[in-house]
Design a protein around this ligand. Structure first.
Ligand SMILES: Cc1cc2nc3c(=O)[nH]c(=O)nc-3n(C[C@H](O)[C@H](O)[C@H](O)COP(=O)(O)OP(=O)(O)OC[C@H]3O[C@@H](n4cnc5c(N)ncnc54)[C@H](O)[C@@H]3O)c2cc1C
Length: 286
């Protein structure tokens, strides 16, 4: 769905409770985690959904605001006063214009990354379907989060282990950055997933770029094919669900990797089509 097609009429005021850089200072990538508080009790978000943000535009050019989507990055919480707190993680985007060579700032990501505690902003939504855990408690999950695509899985994994006590399925989380410095939530300061390592069923596997200094892409092939046997065994089970989140470009790359794991592109295409039809292949790509 195109951004212009979203309904942005229901608007909610939010306050920035806190903003924190979660990539290390040495990393060229700036990703910040923002906690936003919404007073209006009718606003509610679920794991797997996205919130809308209206970044102020230039009214004189007829652009009142710029609408963008951000994934809910943790389980929403209510304060003692009943206010909803939502976490999002935002990558500061800058672009080099191909013709002029000049650098342009991404409108909404820079607006959000520059906000400070107690600043206010306008939210819309929420949008999208919540990530539904499989109905069978023994169903396995393959979760693939590239860059900020890790955000919804942070919330989803917490949801599984905190709220579904009889969940027994195997969970394999593949998460990627170009260098270890970019691995959101997995650095020393924010070793979020570590608390799930004592869950026998859980494992997080990092996919990095093989040559980070050359700006190479994340090497999903290496990370996933080294686990190819296990992945194929999981995929062959008609209960297994796959969730993929992050930038759209990952789609083709994953198809190529899974085709190699499956033994042929046709075999993979057939299996993926079956999973999509059963709603066991879920994508949140942007
Ligand atoms: C469902 C969904 C969930 C999302 N979740 C997250 C999330 O959790 N975290 C997150 O950080 N982002 C997320 N995004 C992406 C986010 O919505 C924004 O697209 C992103 O922050 C960039 O917005 P921006 O306004 O900063 O950049 P924009 O100004 O909108 O620029 C975005 C695009 O415009 C192009 N562009 C802009 N300026 C130039 C230029 N000068 N030269 C060449 N090309 C240019 C680039 O190709 C770029 O892709 C999500 C998107 C979707 C659809």
């Amino acid at each position: 769905m195109r951004l212009q097609e979203y309904d942005i009429n229901n608007r909610y005021n939010a306050r920035v409770v806190s903003t924190e850089r979660i990539t290390r200072e040495e990393s060229p990538e700036e990703v910040r985690e923002l906690i936003l508080e919404v007073a209006d009790g009718s606003y509610n978000v679920k794991v797997g959904q996205n919130i809308g943000v209206l970044a102020p535009g230039q009214k004189e050019f007829g652009q009142e605001s710029h609408f963008r989507l951000y994934s809910v990055a943790d389980l929403p919480e209510k304060t003692d006063q009943g206010q909803l707190q939502i976490r999002i993680c935002v990558r500061r985007c800058n672009y080099i214009d191909e013709f002029s060579g000049e650098e342009y700032k991404g409108v909404a990501s820079n607006y959000l990354c520059d906000l400070r505690a107690d600043d206010t902003l306008t939210l819309t939504g929420p949008y999208g379907h919540a990530f539904q855990p499989p109905a069978e408690p023994e169903a396995s999950l393959i979760l693939i989060g590239a860059g900020t695509g890790i955000a919804p899985f942070r919330a989803f994994i917490k949801h599984l282990y905190q709220n579904i006590p009889d969940y027994k399925g195997r969970v394999r989380l593949f998460h990627g950055g170009r260098t270890g410095l970019e691995l959101l939530y997995m650095n020393d300061r924010r070793n979020d997933f570590a608390r799930y390592y004592d869950e026998e069923t859980f494992e997080a596997i990092a996919a990095l770029s093989s040559r980070p200094h050359w700006s190479d892409m994340i090497d999903w092939g290496h990370a996933m094919e080294s686990r190819g046997k296990e992945l194929w065994e999981m995929l062959s089970d008609a209960k297994t669900h796959v969730y993929v989140a992050g930038l759209e470009i990952i789609r083709d790359e994953l198809d190529a990797v899974f085709a190699r794991i499956a033994g042929s592109a046709e075999r993979w295409k057939q299996l993926k089509t079956e999973m999509e039809a059963d709603q066991r292949w879920i994508e949140l790509l942007y």
